[in-house]
Design a protein around this ligand. Structure first.
Ligand code: 5AD
Ligand code: FES
Length: 345
């Protein structure tokens, strides 16, 4: 196993069998070596820097019905909200003062957010904060819509492919959604010049090692600037309420593998990782991650953006994720920077 880690570290091609073995191994020495190598590669390209993304959860309305997701449209108990233009702008103002230089507008697929509305919000942010990156994470939209948003000033787009294994994708999503369309969206975004983030859940229901291989091979073909992965965490109002979630160890192993396969990629230590273990994000940072995405949403809506159970950063105490994260990052030996944090390739 040590040999496979070193081969990956040297940038050599790994066969499917080698990758499978590495994904599945419970060898502790290999896990520690993988962590060290991932950290080395991350430091080679990004030093000890950790980039911040201010996450603004703009809407909990969603027309989709992903079977694992707490804000799926058929969850009648989900509380719905959407932020107004003024609320979004005030999140940015607050974020800018706290040192954020990237704003991420994320939400369910909410048809209230027309191109006209979004373009006008994006251009307002662009005008007020010329030194900031604007990231959108609003699901699948048309080529034309992505194009207009880019022209209005958006720089980046996050759209996890969720599952590149066609059989798994089908099991996790309703019939009207398709992997083909999702992949098309991602390639459209790249073609339009967005910096693109994709990714998947670790330990999703029905996921196998081969599904993860599909994810890795798909990411190699897409070559995104960012890769967001986090453990699957069950939500009580979904059919997977009693299904086991993704584990810390597997998520860390995949983070290490991704850092070595994509040396310059932007890799967030996600909120879901911080949810399944109190020091999950710190461990992520030590295993190749170089981005954190603190919540900038108004505290009154945070509990309503309820993707999975026990999500952290939703209480009153989390009004200031910035300070909390700064302490966590420093304690892990890294340093928060107030920069846009573009991909270094
Ligand atoms: N557990 C973990 N992550 C989830 N997401 C949605 N539902 C869950 C869940 N139950 C992730 C999806 C989506 C991102 C915004 O949140 O991967 O892309
Ligand atoms: Fe949000 Fe700690 S990062 S409360």
């Amino acid at each position: 196993m040590i040999g496979i880690v070193e081969k990956l570290y040297r940038g050599e091609f790994l066969s499917d069998d080698e990758l499978r073995a590495l994904i599945e191994t419970d060898d502790k020495d290999a896990a520690e070596l993988l962590r060290q190598r991932a950290d080395e590669v991350r430091q080679k390209h990004y030093g000890k820097k950790v980039f911040l993304r201010g996450l603004i959860e703009v809407s909990s309305y969603c027309k989709n019905d992903c079977r694992y997701c707490g804000i799926r449209r058929s969850n009648k108990e989900a509380e719905r909200y959407r932020l107004s233009r003024e609320e979004i702008m005030s999140c940015c103002e607050n974020g800018y003062e706290l040192g954020f230089r990237t704003f991420v507008m994320q939400g369910g697929e909410d048809s209230f957010f027309t191109d006209d509305f979004l373009c006008s919000v994006v251009s307002e942010i662009r005008e007020k904060y010329p030194d900031c990156a604007i990231t959108l994470s609003l699901g699948e939209r048309s080529y034309e819509s992505y194009k207009r948003l880019k022209e209005a000033g958006a720089d980046r787009y996050l759209l996890r492919h969720e599952a590149a294994d066609p059989k798994l994708y089908e099991k996790l999503h309703p019939a009207e959604m398709s992997l083909r369309n999702r992949k098309d969206c991602l390639f459209h975004l790249k073609e339009l010049g967005y910096q693109v983030g994709s990714g998947f859940m670790v330990g999703a229901p029905y996921q196998t090692t081969d599904s993860l291989l599909y994810d890795i091979r798909f990411l190699q073909s897409l070559q995104p600037q960012m890769i967001g992965i986090g453990p699957f965490v069950p939500h009580h109002n979904t059919e997977f309420a009693d299904t086991e979630g993704g584990t810390l160890q597997l998520t860390l192993r995949l983070l290490g593998i991704l850092r070595l396969l994509f040396p310059k990629v932007l890799l967030p230590a996600t909120t879901a990782l911080g949810t399944i273990a109190p020091n999950g994000r710190e461990l992520g940072l030590m295993t190749g991650c170089n981005v954190v995405m603190p919540n900038l949403s108004p505290v009154k809506v945070r509990k309503k953006y309820d993707l999975y159970d026990n999500k952290i950063c939703t209480g009153e105490e989390a009004a200031e994720c910035r300070g909390c994260l700064e302490r966590r990052i420093t304690s892990a030996g890294y340093e928060i920077v107030s920069e846009r944090g573009d991909c270094c390739r």
